[in-house]
Design a protein around this ligand. Structure first.
Ligand code: MN
Length: 160
């Protein structure tokens, strides 16, 4: 590869050495708090895209919820590979609720209902690997929500 090609390829890369600023922030990585109005199905969550390279099929994001915050309850065709990095919380995974702590791994297969919830007094932060090309998440309808709530542990999780 000649140097001109290398230089033009590099233009795609926002960060070649992403220096950690501590506290789960990185130089050159935009911190994107999710907007929320009264009807938003998530609470106090932010996203940082750590890697999104044109020559890779996947991307790696860091999500963080404040204490008591939660992600959207959703399902989709694409899968997620998650590693917890900070804090404590719970994750709804299909019909199960699992407690999560740093370095735990969570695989979310296609069409599996999922939602993350930070503990009441601790934030929850995790890495999430995902396909760059992916379908849009869908939310449960009333029937699906009722079916989920028929499992007591799930009903308890969703009521919090
Ligand atoms: Mn998802």
């Amino acid at each position: 590869m000649d140097s001109e090609q290398t230089a033009s390829k590099r233009d795609f890369h926002d960060v070649s050495h992403g220096v950690s600023r501590g506290d789960f922030r990185w130089d050159g990585v935009a911190h994107m708090p999710y907007k929320q109005d009264g009807s938003a199905p998530f609470k106090d969550i932010s996203r940082q895209v750590l890697f999104k390279e044109p020559d890779m099929g996947c991307e790696l994001r860091y999500f963080e919820m404040d204490a008591g915050g939660y992600s959207t309850l959703e399902q989709h065709q694409h899968a997620h590979a998650v590693m917890i990095l900070r804090g404590r919380g719970e994750c709804l995974l299909g019909n199960e609720v699992v407690t999560v702590k740093p370095f735990d791994l969570v695989t979310i297969p296609a069409w599996t209902w999922h939602q993350f919830r930070a503990a009441q007094h601790e934030p929850l932060g995790f890495l999430c690997m995902v396909n760059q090309e992916r379908d849009r998440p869908r939310l449960p309808n009333e029937q699906e929500l009722a079916a989920l709530k028929s499992v007591p542990a799930v009903a308890r999780f969703l009521a919090e």
